[in-house]
Design a protein around this ligand. Structure first.
Ligand code: HEM
Ligand code: HEM
Length: 176
């Protein structure tokens, strides 16, 4: 018996987030390792722009969640599964909102005004000093690796429900 399901809007935004994260993170890992030049600059532009997209999508997700709520935990979850998934979901929300804000603030202060996909300027009202910029980038890197860990846990959990336990959890987020 189904305990409920995510709304179409929540599901659409969930998979849009997953897609944008799948672009943003590998591009970031590549761009800090490739030599300076036009290619690396393009990777940075893609990273920053998709990062901003993630922020916008997360705002929409939060709005949908506040207005429409989320279904109650799936039936048949152990107490531990409820607690752990709750923690991972909340942490994903926090990290996906904090990372773009920090990255945007640090980049705008250190380097060049941020643009969305080479075109739309995204002016920043403040300009932070060197120490703050350094701290923000360190936190950005740390947050990036925290996100990778959270996504691994999250996807492992999802696959466990889809392939091993074969319960209703996956279908709550997957279009039917
Ligand atoms: C192949 C990749 C992924 C799969 C298979 C997957 C699957 C799922 C499933 C089945 C749920 C619903 C759990 C429930 O029944 O309560 C869920 C929720 C969630 N997922 Fe994913 N997910 C994936 C990628 C991601 C990524 C990349 C992110 C963010 C970085 C993410 C963030 C979330 C969040 C925050 C929730 C909780 C939604 C809420 O309750 O508001 N997911 N995911
Ligand atoms: C959810 C969105 C974001 C994620 C998941 C993310 C993730 C990452 C990761 C994993 C790194 C690589 C860290 C390293 O290995 O050194 C990185 C670096 C970087 N990110 Fe982001 N980021 C996001 C948003 C943004 C935004 C919006 C901007 C700017 C507008 C930005 C600017 C940068 C810059 C400039 C670097 C390079 C820092 C350096 O050279 O050490 N990021 N990001």
């Amino acid at each position: 018996m189904m305990t409920g399901t995510y709304t179409p809007a929540a599901r659409m935004l969930h998979w849009l987030t997953a897609f944008c994260v799948a672009v943003t993170v590998p591009v970031a890992l590549a761009m800090v390792r490739t030599p300076e030049g036009a290619f690396t600059n393009a990777l940075y532009e893609i990273h920053k722009s998709f990062g901003i997209l993630i922020f916008v999508i997360m705002m929409a997700r939060l709005a949908v969640r506040l207005v429409k709520g989320a279904p109650p935990p799936a039936a048949g979850l152990t107490q531990a599964e409820r607690v752990i998934s709750k923690i991972v979901h909340v942490a994903l929300y926090v990290v996906l909102v904090a990372l773009p804000i920090g990255g945007y603030a640090a980049t705008s202060s250190c380097c060049a005004p941020v643009k969305l996909f080479w075109t739309i300027p995204m002016p920043f009202a403040f300009s932070f000093g060197e120490d703050m910029i350094k701290t923000l980038f360190e936190m950005h890197e740390l947050g990036g690796f925290l996100l990778i860990g959270l996504v691994i846990l999250h996807v492992a959990g999802a696959l466990n429900h889809a392939l091993v336990k074969r319960d209703e959890v996956m279908s709550r987020m997957w279009a039917r």
